[in-house]
Design a protein around this ligand. Structure first.
Ligand code: GRF
Length: 217
């Protein structure tokens, strides 16, 4: 059965594009029912329109509270009955009410090997700390920022001459590999939650790694 997705963005939307492309190439058995942005005039919205996906701009400045903004998103999302709500570069902290409403149906991609470097400027932190390896993580969203159960990570090398921009580019390339994969695993029902996250019924002692991708099939 084709799964329904809603994607939340705030910027360039290259992860959204990776999901659109994965659907087009039938790697992902899903339909994006709507893209919601908290900003207008961003590239991500153009990408959605080009793919004939309905878009909604809800500017957070128009709301008196975080909860009111989140509630207006819920009112758009709920009638679409998505199997998964996907944060793809959505730059707003979500209220506990929103997170609870989409419990186990809300997923995020973060540009670091979590639990390292939660929050912003992850690439610069990796460079400043002379890390040899950096990367990205796909995780379910919990109340604490960038802290929910991690499904899969991809590692990238940090080169001596890297700037935050060159490193970000290398990380993004891998983000575009792991996000559609994690989404398909969710859609296929391979991910379950008892007390902890399980994949194919097995407790994950550590996140899946993109470099072991032959094991993920
Ligand atoms: C990505 O690095 C993602 O991990 C982070 O924000 C960035 C969004 O990029 N959460 P894009 O808008 O998908 O191009």
């Amino acid at each position: 059965m084709t799964a329904s997705l809603v994607v939340l963005i705030s910027g360039s939307g290259s992860n959204l594009q990776a999901i659109i492309d994965a659907i087009a190439s039938k790697q992902l058995n899903a339909e994006i029912k709507a893209v919601i942005s908290n900003k207008e005039n961003i590239t991500g919205l153009e990408r959605a329109s080009k793919a004939n996906i309905p878009t909604h701009v809800i500017e957070h400045q128009q709301f008196s509270s975080r909860e009111a903004f989140d509630q207006s998103m819920i009112q758009i999302i709920d009638p679409l009955k998505p199997d998964l709500v996907i944060l793809a570069g959505f730059m707003r902290i979500l209220s506990d009410g929103f997170i609870d409403h989409f419990h186990h149906r809300l997923i995020n991609i973060h540009p670091s090997l979590l639990p390292k470097y939660k929050g912003l400027n992850t690439h610069q932190h990796a460079i400043d700390n002379h890390d040899k390896i950096h990367g990205a993580s796909v995780h379910y969203v919990s109340h604490e920022l960038d802290s929910g159960p991690i499904v899969i990570q991809a590692e990238v090398p940090v080169h001596a001459e890297d700037t935050a921009e060159t490193l970000a580019e290398r990380v993004l390339y891998e983000e575009h590999n792991i996000y559609p994969l994690a989404i398909q695993m969710h859609i296929d029902g391979r991910i379950t939650f008892d007390e902890q996250l399980k994949v194919d019924g097995q407790l994950l002692t550590k996140p899946l790694q993109w470099k072991d991708k032959q094991l993920l099939k």
